[in-house]
Structures are given as C-alpha cells and as structure tokens.
Ligand binder design. Structure first.
Ligand code: FES
Ligand SMILES: [Fe+2]
Length: 380
C-alpha cells in the first residue's frame, strides 16, 4: 500500500457522496418533517439531575412537542406532554415553576399526580358515569437518566439511547457526581444540521481554529484522528493528541484541578474523549472536567446552543478558581464554529446552491445524513 492510499480500516470514504439538498437547510416543510419524526422519536438531553432539584417543573421542547419535566418532592423524575386532558390548555406556563405532588391545570384546575400523571381531580366539574378518570391521565414522555444526565423522548417507545461510541466510554469519569460550574447559551443563525456537520469534520480546523490546532496538532492536518491520515495502517503507533506538555483543554494545558482518579493511562494520554448523541448533545470528557453541548433547533434557520462545564466539587472549591477562565478555551472554539456555521448558512441561501459533494474526510457527515434520512422515514 502506498503512502497516499486509504487503508480498508480507515474511516475515510472511498467515494465523494452527494450532500443534502438546499431545502434541507432552509425549507419549512423539511424542518416540520424533522420535528415530527427525528425529534419526536429520539432522546433529547434535558439537563442534569443535579440541576433539577426536587419540587420543580420545567418546560422543555421535544421537537414540535412542548413537554414538562418534573422532579417530584420525593425526587422522582417524570415528563408529560404539556397539554391538559380536559380541553388541552398548557399546564406549565412559565419556563420553570415549583411543583408539589400535583400538577394543576391553570384553566379549570383539573389536577394530576406528578409521579405518574393520573387524573386526581376534575375540580368543580362533576363528570357523569360515562367518564372514566383512569382514561384521562397526562400523556407521558419517556425519561432515561444516564451518567446523571436526563434524556427525554416524546415517544412512548423511543430507540435505545446510543452514542457514536459506546456510552461505556465514559465509565471511568464520575460524571453524575460533578457540579455544573459554568453555562453558556447562544442562538445561531443556522440550521441545526449545519452546526452538526461542522462538528463532524476537521477540514475547517486549520483555517477556523488556529488556537485549537496549536493544542491538538493533528487537527492542523484537517483530520480528527490518526486513522484518517492517508498511509495510516493499523500498525501505525498511536500518538498523543495534545501538544507536548498539555494534559487538558485549559488555558495553560495543565489540569484545572485533580485529575479523575479512575482514568487509565490511555484515557489520560488521549487528552479528551467525545461522545456524540444525535440529535441533541455531545459530551467531551477531559482528564479534569467534562462538558456538554446541547443543540436545539428553533426554526429552519435558528439553533440554540447550550454549553455546560462540569467539575469535581474540590476543583470548584480551590481558592481563586474561576470556571469561566477554564471554559474560555472551548468557548472560543465554539464561537469560531458558530461563526463558521452562520457563514455556511448564508451561502446555502444562494439560489445557485444545489447541494455539495462530501469529501472522503467527511465520512462522519455522510453517516449523519444517512442516519437523518432513515430517521425521517421511520415511524414516530
Ligand atoms: S383545560 Fe385544563 S382543566 Fe380545563
Ligand atoms: Fe470546528
């Protein structure tokens, strides 16, 4: 095999597939279909358990569905569609409100048990015998908690919660016990897929992320992993990802606090681990902190990004510790990505744009497109 060839085990594509059409990024119909299929079925990251104290009800969006995420006073996590079974009023009017054992509709005061949604009272209304209370409980959403992270699906039968790599990749990180130290939220003028596509390749890294390329020298070659390099073979010895001397994505490259004690040498050497859970979140585990980035489509050309940084309590307790300072480097990279995604979106609006061809290095975008199209065909 010559140095310029692709090894069969390399993730590089052996062809240049067609990307999605322009309508996928601009069209209201396409967007509506995504909301009623992909986003109605799949798991949405809805924040961490540690950040949802008992006695709170919070409104969340699951694609085209409004839902309420509840933490009962006993600590149980439940979620329901935000629609009363009487005449459909919304149940929770604020972004967040306190919750007791009952969810009471603000319209005619029907009340439902927060722990299972059963209809407890119809208030002043006196239904006749043909009305069976047990048939009028709130419509539940599915809830799953993994690593202290809450996932909600509007579907009663959601697919298995999966990442691009096994979720067990993060088993040695004590994610559930970490404390949220910093949060950053922004709204981008781009389609949600444009942000994910940008996340899925590094051909843009040398031009868009000079600081990141300095931290991760491999990225300056336009690739995300060594196996993408032409001439790579399974015998090629693994090299460190971070520049010499750097252990984490911090301003100096030094860990910002104690390193997670259960990491293997290989996990420390790698410097970071990404876990991608389409369509709403990716998680990055460093040797000293973990962060998540949530992606929420708001409209065909508007996407909300919420990034959170999670630290051990001891790290946050260090005198003079400033989580915002640690967050600054990944935030800079995300701002650069956000600006690139908005630039991409503006160009996609050109009437001349008819969809592009993906390059072999964009294998992950191709996989994302294939997943999306299959999800849009699947039953909700
Ligand atoms: S709509 Fe909720 S009680 Fe009437
Ligand atoms: Fe990037």
């Amino acid at each position: 095999m010559g140095a310029a060839e692709r090894h069969p085990l390399s993730p590089r594509l052996d062809h240049c597939p067609q990307g999605l059409p322009q309508a996928a990024y601009l069209g209201a119909d396409w967007f509506a279909q995504e909301m009623t299929t992909v986003f109605a079925r799949n798991w949405h990251f809805a924040g961490r358990l540690a950040d949802l104290p008992p006695g709170i009800m919070r409104r969340i969006r699951l694609g085209h569905a409004e839902a309420i995420l509840c933490r009962t006073p006993d600590g149980k996590v439940t979620a329901f569609h935000n629609s009363c079974r009487h005449r459909g009023s919304e149940l929770c009017q604020k972004a967040e409100q306190s919750l007791n054992r009952l969810i009471t509709c603000p319209y005619h005061a029907w009340s439902y048990a927060a722990d299972d949604g059963r209809l407890v009272s119809t208030a002043l209304a006196r239904p006749t015998d043909d009305f069976r209370r047990e048939d009028h409980g709130l419509v539940p959403c599915s809830v799953q908690i993994w690593a202290g992270m809450i996932f909600v699906s509007a579907s009663p039968a959601p697919p298995e919660l999966r990442g691009d790599v096994p979720l067990s990749t993060l088993d040695n990180w004590p994610v559930a016990s970490l404390v949220t130290g910093h949060r950053w939220e922004t709204a981008l003028d781009c389609n949600w897929k444009v942000f994910w596509e940008n996340y899925s390749e590094c051909l843009h890294c040398p031009g868009i992320h000079p600081e990141l390329c300095e931290m991760v020298p491999l990225y300056s070659k336009g690739i995300m992993g060594q196996s993408e390099a032409l001439g790579w073979t399974p015998d090629t010895p693994a090299a460190r990802n971070l520049r010499p001397g750097a252990e984490s994505w911090t301003p100096t490259g030094a860990p910002c606090g104690p390193v997670f004690p259960d990491l293997t040498m290989a996990e420390r050497e790698a410097g970071y681990h990404f876990v991608t859970i389409w369509p709403t979140v990716y998680i990055v585990a460093h040797v000293d902190y973990v962060r998540s980035v949530r992606i929420e489509p708001l409209s065909p050309e508007k996407t909300r990004l919420t990034a959170e940084w999670y630290f051990p309590a001891e790290t946050l307790a260090q005198p003079g510790f400033d989580a915002a300072e640690v967050a600054a480097f990944p935030k800079l990279v995300m701002e650069q990505d956000g600006a690139a995604a908005e630039m991409n979106q503006r160009g996609i609006r050109s009437p001349s744009y008819a969809g592009g061809r993906l390059m072999p290095e964009e294998y992950e975008i191709h996989r994302f497109h294939q997943w999306l199209l299959a999800e849009m065909e699947a039953a909700p």
